[in-house]
Design a protein around this ligand. Structure first.
Ligand code: DGJ
Length: 725
């Protein structure tokens, strides 16, 4: 049983394959966290309930002051506002009397197999009920009537727990949520580094690592999307943790809107970490009896280093987050028209692309932006989802027929949550743009955001999409989102509900995506937001792959791909070979091979030599398809730590093969570099397909291989397969 209740000590023990977590119902029904760490047999151990007092003045419930207990320093399981816990709080409710003091205490619990869904929101899932147990922990503020349910799902075969909360107004009058975080963890030390992923457009998810310090620190988004600039992922790694060793907590929020992930270290040198919806620009009114569900947070714990944390996330996301037909079925290898043609295409050109691509072995043509309205540049037509018959005479049918005749499937681009001021839709419904009354909204890429918090707007957009998708043979949709949300308000939201806008907007996005994947379950959906501006676990519930970055230069991509791989698997990391990059085709291919792989170029312009290279790459793509998507990733040499090269290895699930890739960013003159392989079977012999040498897994992992002869020039690379013989 991954979840047990010790009724003598009133503790809950939550055991994953790599962690134990103990919750204690303390005196006065305070809910405390006693432990989160490596597996232990005990269901209880004393001495962790009360910590040193006198943060400044000790405040406590008089009944239990004698125990040395004060909420200010206790490991409170879900810290609330206003009742003597002065650290960052997970919950703040402005109650019907107008104050925001909230003090929740345990009232009961339920443990059951399986995992419930969150109404209207994406979340991870169980494939069968015996994969995980769920604990619902009930708590209540007996003065305000605020009720909280804390949900914990514990996956017994991997190192993962998920958490979320439901807040219900059980009081007499309306209340307003000011903060409602998904998780709160009190860790009895601050000897950790915070690892997070920062970036910008064309440079997403760079790795940042820094020691925790006293005070509050963290990452967040206020952009209406999870964003290019920070990702809803944070790891707390022991100071000495490396890729291979040491204690690491990994946290990832299943949410595509404004998030906040904060750590506060106090005078006791303890750390409180919270993750959830960003409280800035957030509020949610609850009438008596109404409730609010927070998004879900995924928690991973391991003592085996940062690399193992990533592998736990990867396996979990491949098995328990990504869903639908394309979770297990091989996805078509695509060529995308964007970098090849931008807005300048017509039926003939696209069919010509398809014919040449087909000779190379490509399986699907994706027509990117520019096929609708008068969309000949990015100033116009978002919202007018009607085929531009000047470019595509006779509509989509002749084009799709031509593409299919070439032997390729067909995909199409949409940006459903946007509206161009120069569009028929905007002229008909200016109030459908996200805006504040009396203020001209900010413009980004010449476009406004469409108010998908409104059901009437969603219905309209869905009808337009449905018409195209239902009446044409479309195998794939790329869903884009090319600006951040400013002027956040909806024309129809009453004044007292305006703070709900951002969350309502993302619920609207989820609703639209859900309509797409449930109505057209065979369509392969790929997410995108100006590259990787909405690369988060919530989007992976709808689309098994996300465009990683508009930067397709393989050397720049190394940084984004190393960062993205912190928690996201290769199966979702969309990566293409393009014409626009500094290196030759070998390196473009070797780097893109680490992701979903595809092309983003005019295939007619390839030289004969490049065509042969592309054919060879495609053969390699097929050969390594499941190895890359299901295998174990080892980041052996990080470009963040080594100015010369990046090296990674992906090991087939059954350890029968491993693909080692070495990319030289800058030639190193000092020779003798050894790379030790990882994850092989020490007792098997492996053949190096470059040299023909046969060596044991033990030798390859302990003595390693000398890589000086590999990838000698700037921008060059080698990908070597080690196959068990
Ligand atoms: C941004 C995306 O990241 C690109 O791949 C492309 O689809 C453009 N938008 C089209 O406008």
């Amino acid at each position: 049983m991954p979840i047990t209740f010790d009724s003598v000590h009133r503790t809950f023990k939550l055991d994953t394959a790599t962690s134990s977590y103990i919750i204690k119902i303390f005196d006065e029904n305070y809910i405390l966290n006693l432990y989160y760490g490596a597996p232990i047999p005990e269901t209880y151990f004393p001495g962790r309930e009360c910590r040193a007092q006198n943060a400044s003045f000790s405040l406590a419930n008089p009944v239990i002051t004698e125990n040395g207990f004060t909420p200010d320093t206790a490991p409170i399981e879900y810290g609330c506002n206003g009742a003597a816990d002065f650290r960052i709080s997970a919950l703040s409710v402005r109650n019907f009397r107008g104050d925001s003091v909230t003090d929740i205490r345990y009232t009961g619990h339920k443990i059951y197999p399986g995992k419930p869904e969150i109404p209207g929101q994406p979340s991870t899932y169980v494939n069968s009920d015996d994969e995980a147990d769920t604990l619902e922990l009930y708590a209540e503020d007996c003065v305000t009537g605020v009720k909280v349910t804390l949900y914990y799902t514990v996956f017994k075969n991997c190192g993962v727990m998920t958490r979320r909360a439901r807040i219900e107004n059980g009081g007499e009058g309306e209340c307003e949520l000011e903060r409602a975080f998904s998780l709160c963890v009190d860790i009895p030390s601050m000897d950790y580094d915070m690892i997070s992923l920062y970036g910008r457009w064309i440079n997403e998810r760079n790795i940042q690592r820094h020691p925790l310090a006293h005070g509050v620190q963290g990452v967040e988004s206020k952009r209406g999307v999870s964003s290019h600039t920070q990702n809803p992922f944070v790891a707390l790694a022991a100071r000495d943790a490396t890729e291979e060793h040491g204690e690491v907590f990994g946290f990832n929020l299943v949410y595509s809107g404004n998030f906040s992930a904060l750590a506060e270290c106090d005078f006791n040198h303890t750390t409180r970490f919270i993750m959830g919806i960003n409280p800035t620009d957030f509020g949610w009114k609850l009438a008596p009896g109404e409730s609010f569900d927070t998004p879900e947070a995924v928690m991973v714990y391991t003592t085996q280093g940062i690399g193992e944390m990533s592998r736990i996330f990867h396996r979990f996301y491949n098995n328990n987050l990504i869903r639908g037909r394309w979770k297990t079925q091989k996805r078509p290898l695509l060529i995308n028209s964007w970098e090849a043609a931008f807005f300048d295409f017509d039926t003939d050109k696209l069919i010509a692309f398809a014919n040449v691509a087909s000779e190379l072995g490509v399986e699907m043509l994706v027509m990117d932006d520019g096929w609708f309205g008068k969309r000949n540049n990015d100033w116009t037509s978002l919202g007018d989802w009607y085929v531009n018959e000047e470019k595509l005479p006779g509509g989509l049918a002749p084009l799709i027929e031509g593409v299919n005749k070439a032997g390729l499937k067909f995909g199409i681009w949409y940006e459903p949550e946007m509206i161009s001021p120069d569009s028929d839709l905007y002229r008909a419904h200016p109030d459908w743009a996200v805006h504040v009354e009396g203020r001209e909204p900010m413009i980004g890429r010449h476009q406004y955001v469409l108010d998908v918090s409104r059901k009437d707007v969603r219905d309209y957009i869905w009808d337009r999409m449905y018409e195209v998708l239902a009446n044409n043979k479309i195998d794939y949709v790329k869903w884009d989102f090319n600006r951040n949300i400013s002027d956040a308000s909806s024309a129809i939201l009453p004044k007292e509900h305006k703070k709900e806008f951002f969350h309502r907007f993302i619920l609207g996005t989820y609703d639209l995506m859900n309509r797409l994947v449930t109505t057209f379950p065979d369509i392969l959906l790929e997410n995108c937001s100006g590259g990787g501006g909405r690369f988060d676990p919530a989007m992976l519930c709808y689309s098994p792959q996300i465009w990683t970055s508009d930067n397709t230069d393989p050397i720049d991509r190394l940084y984004s791909q190393f960062g993205t791989s912190m928690c996201y698997p290769a199966s979702c990391m969309s990566a293409h070979v393009s014409a626009n990059s500094r290196t030759g085709y070998e390196t473009k291919g070797n780097v893109a091979l680490w992701g979903t792989f595809g092309y983003e170029l005019d295939p007619r312009k390839l030289t004969e030599e490049q065509r042969e290279l592309v054919k060879a790459q495609i053969a390699k793509y097929h050969d390594t398809y499941w190895l890359i998507r299901r295998g174990d990733l080892y980041r052996l040499v990080s470009p963040y730590e080594n100015p010369y090269r990046a090296v990674w290895e992906i090991v087939e699930e059954d350890r029968s093969r491993a693909l080692l890739t070495v990319v030289t960013m800058r030639r190193e003159l000092a020779p003798h570099n050894i790379v030790k392989l990882r994850g092989l079977d020490p007792d098997r012999m492996y053949k190096n397909d470059l040299t023909g040498e046969v060596l044991s897994g033990a030798l390859l992992m302990n003595a390693g291989i000398i890589i000086d002869g590999l990838a000698r020039e700037d921008g060059s690379s080698d990908a070597i397969m080690f196959t068990a013989v």
